[in-house]
Design a protein around this ligand. Structure first.
Ligand code: 13P
Length: 264
């Protein structure tokens, strides 16, 4: 997984015709052979099949926005990892902040989803990041730089540790971490290069501590108001292994320009 990764999370948007049009336009703009970076489209469940068929034959991968932590059974309204594989997905986003903060998903549920999805053969995009209140508390909380950093990194640390503790080291190669500060999602306020570098650097340190052999090679994405106007700056941060894009992935033109900035 050494290519940069560009993931388009469509969230709860687009009906069948619109999804077909957008995925078709992305394939046409990129060309079926494009592989300078790995592109993943993450549409809503209802159009996974349609989008999967439209991108088949290209190098674009398909992902889902969520999964349930059981294989099958009486869980009305839920979708399992084998169902996602059956629908053509090879990726799944787990622990997105909208699921944590709007839908009340817990670290325990996230871990359950992650372990089961990995064992079924899906690749995971695990989302982590602090809220605006947590960032402000960290900045106000201490004059001392290392104490401030400890406070700032603490939500991300807890989320990563709770999701990945005691995981078999070799499984870590199936996981990508997406640092998405909650205050930057859908707000137009993206983190600055130095804010991104600081947290990405910390995530790398933590992963290396938890998984001394392979932790250092885990890809860490940035997400939160990624646009055509800030992608160059974001990608200039050494630690950034790619981006998780929300709103700007709903336009073929802007998503294409973001992909080209990342992969060339
Ligand atoms: P925006 O790019 O719309 O801020 O969304 C980011 C995000 O949540 C991607 O998962």
């Amino acid at each position: 997984m050494d290519k940069k990764l560009v993931v388009g999370n469509w969230k709860m948007n687009l009906l069948r015709e619109e999804a077909l049009e957008l995925s078709g336009a992305i394939v046409s703009l990129l060309g079926e052979d494009y592989d300078a970076c790995q592109v993943v489209l993450v549409p809503p469940y209802t159009v996974l099949d349609v989008v999967g068929r439209r991108i088949s034959g290209s190098n674009i991968d398909l992902g889902a926005q969520n999964v349930f932590g059981r294989i099958s059974g009486a869980f009305t309204g839920e979708i399992s990892a084998p169902m996602l594989l059956d629908a053509g997905c090879n990726w799944v986003i787990i622990g997105h902040s909208e699921r944590r903060h709007i839908l009340g998903e817990t670290d325990e549920q996230i871990r359950e989803k992650l372990l089961l999805s990995i064992s079924c053969g899906l690749k995971i995009i695990l989302c982590v990041g602090e809220t605006e209140v947590q960032r402000e508390e960290a900045i106000r909380g201490s004059e001392d730089i290392s104490a401030r950093k400890e406070l700032l990194f603490s939500p991300t640390k807890t989320q990563i540790e709770n999701a990945l503790h005691d995981l078999d080291e070799e499984r870590i190669s199936d996981i990508v971490i997406a640092y998405e500060p909650v205050w930057a999602i859908g707000t137009g306020k993206n983190a600055t290069s130095s804010e991104i570098a600081e947290v990405h650097g910390y995530i790398r340190e933590l992963l290396t501590e938890m998984f001394p052999g392979l932790g250092g090679s885990v890809k860490v994405l940035y997400g939160g108001s990624v646009k055509t106007g800030n992608i160059e700056k974001i990608m200039s941060v050494d630690e950034v292994g790619g981006v998780l894009v929300g709103g700007a992935s709903l336009s073929a033109d802007s998503f294409f320009r973001i992909i080209k900035s990342v992969g060339g």
